[in-house]
Structure formats: structure tokens, C-alpha cells
Design a protein around this ligand. Structure first.
Ligand code: KIV
Ligand code: ZN
Length: 526
């Protein structure tokens, strides 16, 4: 059957755009971005504070880790809709429904490829069989939950008549959101907008569903494509913090949200996002994943609000609007203020943590306050960012099997670097003195000679938390073992101590993974 252009475009009745965050699903699929359960929960809690409408928490059938984190996030959060991805198979949908069981608000997102290329080579199925599978999977999901999203994978390269038939059938079968993905990031804004318009015009029951878009950034057009689709009636945007995701990533949440906020004149829409939480969300994600943000990245890059040239600085002093289209405060980037010093008390410290958005238990407060006092002995000026690094550092470990007791180093231009390390490994103190090709090599070699395993270093990243030579260094280390990668983070005014602690933090996470595989007995001291 051919679809005719016989339907009026539905009038857009609302200007609210739903933000569907897929940092924990599509974002986590990007190489090196995998997170453990505790890390995913911290991101999910931050996304809730950020005000996203839907959190795609994972792909329940993909692994036990995904299943458990969707379950934990469902059990813990009580604001956003929690969503799990499923292929068009009953076993996938069952697993999603099980993981979402205790979610206060839940959604199953099921998808199937519809483009000629994907149907022929990937699915090896005829279009009519694909259509039947869409109907079957959506109906099955709808029997499990009320809120079902359906996506035609590679939608932007799907033949229009077939796309319309599938969308109509999915809505008839019970889909409440129809998501159109530009899976390979191939679309151009005008073309993508026309695709949404075509669907709005030609699918008779489209008014029964919300149209969503899911754009990849292979040509750097994900944000532009998403914005263009709003003009044609899309009212949900799928996106990720810092734009992470498969290959070149997804639509960046902060860019799309701030474009809507800043250009109300041309984009008369609104979102539920608390934009002041953007910077914090971006930093937390980069700390956890070790994926640093490029300095010139829009909204969250280190230079996004920096004015270097004399002409710009002069203009800024006369009127901020000369070179600033949005304020740093609107994305939560406050001028790093001097906050506290070594004489600050526990109450002031707790009040500061609350102001920075942290709610900590008494034990966490005691621990953080203790480390704050240690740090204030070493560092004269304490800034908000120092406190954030200190708290994030303290709650990022997922085990205490290996601990750093002490580290001393000799290095410089006159010979090999020598690291002297003392570690406690499963309650046994072990010491080593070892040469290396520079201090980092010596420290990492020392630790890996004491803690057995076939892990190797994938990433070592250092970031200064604030300015000045006494700034804390925030270090991220990624280790890989048996195809599984973990990140460890630590912050300290001494870069090498931070590096050693970050390496040990990653090791502790690996040991947890080994423990889960019942290999703990093989984790022995060499
Ligand atoms: O890019 C894509 O097509 C996807 C779907 C699962 C929505 O991620
Ligand atoms: Zn995707």
C-alpha cells in the first residue's frame, strides 16, 4: 500500500520538549565509557537533579551488570521515568520488564531495523516479516508496561512508505512514543526536519504518540538535526551528557538545552532541565569515565566562558553581553570562590556540601571533613572545586582490598626514577622499591608487581582541579583485564600520590569484578 499525503499536519499544542537522557545506555556503549553500578547510580541521581524527564538506564539483556544497574536505579529514583532498551524479542522485553519492576514510572524501549540495508544484511529478513515483528514486539511490551517507545533503527535511511507503515503499526500495537533515529549520523538538518514533517503528515494515528528523535554526531550535526526536528513537531530529544555515545557520539544534552534556552526568539520551546546543574553533571561524567571534555567544547569546555583576547576582555568589562550570549552562572559555572580554610568547622563544611548539592551520611561527612582538614594543611586556598574533588574522590572507591600506606619517590634528570611503596593487600603489608622510566612508570610498575593479575593500563589522565601550583591533581586511571575495563579516580595536591591512589582505586574495582566471577581465590599477592 502506498501512503498518500492526505493528512493535515497536527497542530503542535505544547512547547514542552522532553529530555530523554541515554548517557547510561548509548553513552555507556562507547569504548572506554563503561561504568560500574555505583557509578551509574551516581550519574542517575545527578540526572534526576538535572531534571531530565526520562533516563535510559541500560539494555537489560546485554549483561547482568546492565540488568542490576537498571534495577538499582529503578528502586532508588522517584522522579524521572526509567527506561530499558530491548531488541524486538520477547526474552529481551521480559528482562527489561523484570529490571524495571520496582520503578515508580517505567518505559520499555524496543527497536528494530527498517532500512533496506539493515533488513537485507543485518536482519536478513523481508520487510513484511519486519513489520510483523514490530507489531508483535510492541504488543508484547505493551502487555508488560503502559509506556512503550518504538524506534525504527536506521530510520533516516528507511524508505518512506515502509517507515510510515511501521510507525502506524507500532502506534496501533500500543507504542506511546515513536523515536526516529539517525543511527549513522548521516542526515542533514533540512532533510531530517522534512522526514519528521513527512511522518507527521502521512501517518494517520501519529497524534496518539509523542515523536522523539535520536541523532548521532558522525557529521557533527546531531544537535542541529535535533533542533530542526522540533520545528516539525518532535517533542522528545534523546541525548547524552557531553555528547558521549557510539562512534562520534549523540546529541549533546547541554548544547541542545542551552540552544533552546538562549534562542527563545527562534526556538519557542522549554525543557524541565535545571541548567545550573549542567557543569556539575558534565564534570562528574568526565571524572567517572576518564573522558575529558575538549577545552573549546560548547557550554562545558574549560574555555567556553573564557575571554582571552584584549579586545574581548575590554568589551566584557564594558558590558558582558558584548561577547557572552549566556551567563556562566546559568550553567552552574560560578566563579570559583574562595570558600574555607583550615579554621572552618564541621558545620560550615556540611553547609558548604549542601550548597554544592551533596547530601552525605554522618560517616561520609566525618570522612570528608577529615580529608578536608588534611588538605587544608597542605593547601592555603580552598575553592568549591577542591571540595567537589575531595567528596567525589571519597565516594568513588568500590572496595578496600588494596590500600596505599606510603609512597616516596626519587626522580629528576640524574638517573632512573625510584619509587618506594608500601601497600596493604588483603590485610598483609607489602613493600617494594623499584626503578622506572620516569615516576609514573615506577609507581605503576611497583603496584602491579605487588598485585597479581593480567590487567593493563589503558588510560592515564591528569587534570588540575583549580589554578595555581598548589592545585589538587585529579587523576583518572583505566585498567583493562579479560576484556573488562574499569576507571579509578583520586585527587591530591601531590600528583604522584593521586596517580597511585587512582591506580589502586581501579584495581579495587577489578578485584570486585573478579570476585563476582568467583575468582577471588586467585587474587593473591605475588
Ligand atoms: O542509534 C540508534 O539507532 C539507537 C537505537 C537503539 C535507538 O541507539
Ligand atoms: Zn544510538
Amino acid at each position: 500500500m502506498k501512503y498518500k499525503n492526505n493528512k493535515n499536519v497536527n497542530e503542535v499544542t505544547t512547547d514542552k520538549v522532553l529530555i530523554f537522557d541515554t548517557t547510561l545506555r548509548d553513552g555507556e556503549q562507547s569504548p572506554g565509557c563503561s561504568m560500574n553500578l555505583e557509578e551509574k547510580l551516581r550519574i542517575a541521581e545527578t540526572l534526576q537533579t538535572l531534571g531530565v524527564d526520562i533516563i535510559e538506564a541500560g539494555f537489560a539483556i546485554a549483561s547482568n551488570g546492565d540488568f542490576e544497574s537498571i534495577k538499582k536505579i529503578s528502586d532508588t529514583l522517584d522522579g524521572p521515568i526509567i527506561c530499558s532498551l530491548s531488541r524486538a524479542a520477547h526474552k529481551d522485553i521480559d528482562r527489561s520488564a523484570e529490571a524495571l519492576r520496582y520503578a515508580k514510572r517505567k518505559r520499555i524501549h524496543t527497536f528494530l531495523s527498517t532500512s533496506p540495508l539493515h533488513m537485507k544484511y543485518k536482519l536478513q529478513m523481508e520487510p513484511e516479516d519486519v513489520l510483523n515483528m514490530v507489531i508483535d514486539s510492541v504488543s508484547y511490551a505493551r502487555n508488560k508496561v503502559e509506556d512503550v517507545e518504538w524506534s525504527p533503527e536506521d530510520g533516516s535511511r528507511t524508505e518512506h512508505d515502509f517507515l510510515c507503515r511501521c510507525v502506524e503499526a507500532a502506534i496501533t500495537a500500543g507504542a506511546t512514543t515513536i523515536n526516529i533515529p539517525d543511527t549513522v549520523g548521516y542526515a542533514i538538518p533540512e532533510e531530517f526536519g522534512s522526514l519528521i514533517k513527512m511522518i507527521k503528515n502521512r501517518v494517520p494515528n501519529i497524534d496518539k504518540a509523542i515523536i522523539s528523535v535520536h541523532c548521532h554526531n558522525d557529521l557533527g550535526l546531531a544537535v542541529a538535526n535535533s533542533l530542526e526536528s522540533l520545528k516539525e513537531g518532535a517533542r522528545q530529544i534523546e541525548c547524552t551528557i557531553n555528547g558521549i555515545g557510539e562512534r562520534a557520539g549523540n546529541t549533546s544534552l547541554e548544547e541542545v538545552v542551552m540552544a533552546i534556552k538562549t534562542r527563545k526568539d527562534l526556538l519557542p520551546y522549554s525543557t524541565n532541565i535545571n541548567t545550573e546543574v549542567i557543569t556539575r553533571s558534565s564534570r562528574l561524567l568526565s571524572t567517572i569515565t576518564g573522558f575529558s571534555v575538549q577545552p573549546n567544547k560548547a557550554i562545558v569546555g574549560a574555555n567556553a566562558f573564557a575571554h582571552e583576547s584584549g579586545i574581548h576582555q575590554d568589551g566584557m568589562l564594558k558590558h558582558a553581553g558584548t561577547y557572552e550570549i549566556m551567563t556562566p552562572e546559568s550553567v552552574g559555572l560560578n566563579k570559583s570562590t574562595l570558600v574555607m580554610g583550615k579554621h572552618s568547622g564541621r558545620h560550615a563544611f556540611k553547609a558548604k556540601l549542601n550548597e554544592l548539592g551533596y547530601e552525605v551520611s554522618d560517616n561520609q561527612l566525618n570522612d570528608a571533613f577529615h580529608r578536608f582538614k588534611d588538605l587544608s594543611d597542605k593547601k592555603k586556598d580552598m575553592f568549591d572545586d577542591d571540595i567537589i574533588a575531595l567528596v567525589d574522590d571519597g565516594i568513588s572507591d568500590s572496595g578496600d582490598f588494596v590500600k596505599l600506606n606510603s609512597l616516596s619517590l626519587t626522580c629528576g634528570s640524574n638517573g632512573p626514577a625510584v619509587a618506594k611503596l608500601s601497600l596493604t593487600i588483603f590485610d598483609t603489608v607489602e613493600e617494594i622499591e623499584i626503578n622506572g622510566d620516569g615516576p609514573v612508570d615506577a609507581v605503576f610498575k611497583g603496584i602491579s608487581s605487588l598485585v597479581e593479575g593480567s590487567y593493563n593500563l589503558q588510560l592515564f589522565a591528569v587534570n588540575a582541579v583549580t589554578e595555581g601550583t598548589d592545585a589538587q591533581a585529579e587523576v583518572t586511571v583505566r585498567l583493562m583485564e579479560d576484556g573488562r575495563s574499569v576507571n579509578g579516580q583520586a585527587a591530591d595536591t601531590d600528583t604522584m600520590v593521586a596517580a597511585a591512589r587512582a591506580y589502586i582505586s581501579a584495581l579495587n574495582k577489578l578485584i570486585v569484578k573478579r570476585e563476582k566471577k568467583s575468582l577471588l581465590s586467585q587474587t593473591i599477592i605475588k
